[in-house]
Ligand binder design. Sequence first.
Ligand SMILES: [Zn+2]
Length: 265
Amino acid sequence: MAKASVKKKPEAERVQLNRLRDDQYWDEAVVDAGGVTMTARVVPRFKTSALSGNEWRVSARTRIVTSASPYPLFEREYGSIAWALGLGAATDIYAQAHQVLGLRAATLSAFRGGYLLMTQKFSTFGEAAICAQAHIIRANEGWPGVTWHHLDDPQERSVCCQPGCKERPTVLYRMKHQRADRDGKLVPFEYDWQPRHRWFCGEHAHRGNQGLDDSDSNYEVVEGKRHNFSSVPRDRISEARTEVIEAGPDFGQDVADILRRGRKR
Ligand SMILES: [Zn+2]
């Protein structure tokens, strides 16, 4: 009797998040002292350059507002959320918003993709706001009386992977290569357990033409639709800055002199 053929069901693809290099886990923090509020949040921008390529980059903006004025008491942009909540902002807040540091009873909250990670109460605004990054790290490592909430899989998959974005994803990508070797040759993932998926909303689905993380050519579509440059909102695009150095007729000679002096030392 002929054996009945049993068709094996294709196994569902195991989806594991490969976080972007500039994903520092929390992308927003708020300090509230009733009438005075500090916010620090990641701001993505699409950098374009004919020389170094197009890619998503992030900065972070710290802002202090009061109920007494429509204008911010303090506002500044930093290179990362760590700096916007750490020493970089601390020195600026001391210099420009010292009058609110002594306000009583403040609450610090940190978020990822809009999900609350932790809340902690402090006796003054200054205690919560100055180096808030350190308070968040301590809470993440386990601080008495503070509960840390790590996003579970369904929550993680419900928001776009782009740091600073709270939108729902519309496309699921699988990465082709994990790194480039010393000769610049692209190296595929070696093991099944290595995370290689990313998911983005319509605004962040086009990744650019730069390196591994930010190149559409390194992503295969698993679900949804690939996007192109036209999906990036115009107000998110900023051209890379180019520094122009004025070089006079003696410029080359000056450099030669410096090198010669250096060798004589
Ligand atoms: Zn997004």
